[in-house]
Design a binder for this molecule. Structure first.
Ligand code: ZN
Length: 175
């Protein structure tokens, strides 16, 4: 079957920047399994994967707009250090912040006495990125997966590390 809206796709892939540095890769790790058409992948990559079949490879270079967007300097903010009271924070740490737009990854760029400077841009924002890889598997999503908007493991519940908050097992919640 072909990759299409609401199919579950398993990929091996590597992401590189314009210098050829590897920024992310499934090599030596679990392949990525995701629900196609939900915006899980960056927009430009979903387009490229449409209609591919198992065994087909891809090699595409995406502008920031097609990938993680341009950097927004407005997302770099200094916040009072007391917000981090009791937490060990260091430059380069990342954490997930709750914002009006939902959960977003935030990187600590500077720790000063009175304030902590944080950057809410995606770490790959503003970059032209090359995605190379191969489609390993394509299957229909189950009704439950469609209802939840994400992939479940083979045994019927989430066994992945989700970026979003599914602590306690998302399949316990009712839709
Ligand atoms: Zn779920």
């Amino acid at each position: 079957m072909k990759v299409s809206e609401n199919s579950v796709v398993t990929l091996d892939f590597t992401v590189t920047n314009t210098n050829g540095d590897i920024l992310d890769s499934t090599e030596g790790k679990q392949p990525l399994e995701y629900l196609h058409g939900t915006g899980y992948l960056v927009a430009g990559l979903e387009v490229v994967l449409n209609d591919k079949v198992v065994g087909e490879d891809f090699d595409v270079t995406l502008s920031p707009e097609q990938a993680y967007g341009e950097r927004d300097d407005g997302l770099v903010q200094s916040v009072p250090g007391e917000l981090f009271d009791g937490m060990e924070v260091a430059e380069g740490d990342t954490f997930v912040a709750e914002t009006d737009d939902g959960h977003r990854p935030v990187t600590i760029v500077e720790v000063a006495e009175e304030y902590v400077k944080v950057d809410g841009n995606h770490p790959l924002a503003g970059m032209t990125l090359t995605f190379k890889g191969v489609v390993r598997e394509v299957r229909e999503a189950t009704e439950e997966e469609l209802a939840h908007g994400h992939v479940h493991g083979e045994d019927g519940h989430d066994d992945h590390d989700h970026d979003h908050d599914h602590s306690g097992g998302c399949c316990g919640h009712k839709h």
